[in-house]
Design a binder for this molecule. Structure first.
Ligand SMILES: Nc1ncnc2c1ncn2[C@@H]1O[C@H](COP(=O)(O)OP(=O)(O)O)[C@@H](O)[C@H]1O
Ligand SMILES: [Mg+2]
Length: 273
């Protein structure tokens, strides 16, 4: 439990590559905040291919599709989800959404922020890639959380995203969660590799925000349209997500790891502090 509440903050969950776990993590990380008593809204910003509602087991009647078509107000899209978090659902297979320009997106984000309460945190579940519209969402955030996997192409795409972010907003903080790892240690190694690539070519510094192990429980929860954090909090991946939430949102190191690993975590933390 964090205890103190600070003002509004926006985190954008991103990755160069698709399928890294952005939606799964956006939803579960938001649920972790909600369980802590934090007002939190998830904005499904994977325009045209939105699926955060599916991940959360929701069936919204009003989505961003209706807003873009002038058929509904933005506030009408807000729907309550697991653990009391709120979701602004995107629309799927909607050409108008996929074709939104940067200015329209900046306007949309402003309106979303106005809808949030003063101490609410906004989690933007972004689309993959480094298209201008994706970058408009990412650069609107207070911090970007890059999701990468141990897959080499995911690392290269994460690097490309960090590079583009560094170009557009050099002061934007970037945290990294390594998803689908074999172990916690594996996550630190992957992060160090990414940091090395970025350090050689970018001025952008990266902050470690944890590793989430690959686990069949996550797959099963996804199929049931439930969140692993709520479905089975003792699941290894669910525990990893809790630890990652502590690191990402509260800059708090996990306390249930072995000493050796904590040293590695601390080293990863320190280099980026
Ligand atoms: N740590 C994990 N362990 C097992 N499966 C995972 C894990 N993270 C994500 N997945 C699975 O990978 C798939 C893609 O995840 P998703 O969150 O939709 O990715 P993205 O939003 O980046 O495209 C989903 O089926 C999800 O259940
Ligand atoms: Mg997604």
């Amino acid at each position: 439990m964090d205890g103190k509440k600070t003002g509004m903050k926006t985190f954008a969950v991103a990755s160069g590559k698709g399928g890294t776990g952005k939606t799964m993590l956006s939803a579960n990380l938001a649920a972790s905040l909600a369980l802590d008593g934090r007002p939190v809204t998830v904005l499904d910003a994977d325009l045209g291919l939105a699926n955060a509602d599916i991940a959360m087991g929701l069936n919204p009647e009003v989505t961003l599709k209706h807003v873009v078509r002038g058929q509904a107000e933005l506030k009408d899209t807000l729907i309550e989800g697991p653990a009391g978090l709120r979701l602004i659902p995107g629309g799927s297979s909607v050409a108008e959404l996929a074709g939104m320009g940067t200015d329209q997106i900046i306007g949309l984000i402003d309106r979303v922020k106005q809808l949030c309460r003063p101490d609410e945190w906004l989690i933007i579940d972004a689309a993959a890639g480094i298209h201008d519209t994706v970058m408009a969402f990412l650069t609107s955030a207070d911090e970007v959380c890059l999701i990468c996997t141990p897959d080499p192409s995911s690392l290269i795409d994460a690097y490309a995203t960090a590079k583009q972010l560094g170009r557009l907003r050099p002061t934007l903080p970037i945290a990294v969660i390594v998803n689908q790892t074999d172990s916690q240690r594996h996550g630190v190694l992957v992060f160090e590799r990414l940091k090395l690539i970025c350090g050689q070519f970018l001025s952008t510094d990266l902050r470690y925000a944890g590793a989430v192990r690959r686990d069949d429980g996550v797959v099963a929860a996804t199929r049931m349209r439930r969140l692993i954090l709520l479905e089975d909090p003792s699941n290894p991946a669910a525990q990893d997500i809790e630890d990652a939430a502590g690191m990402l949102f509260h800059h708090r190191l996990p306390d249930r790891r072995d000493d050796n690993l904590i040293d590695k975590f601390k080293a990863a933390f320190k280099k980026t502090a």
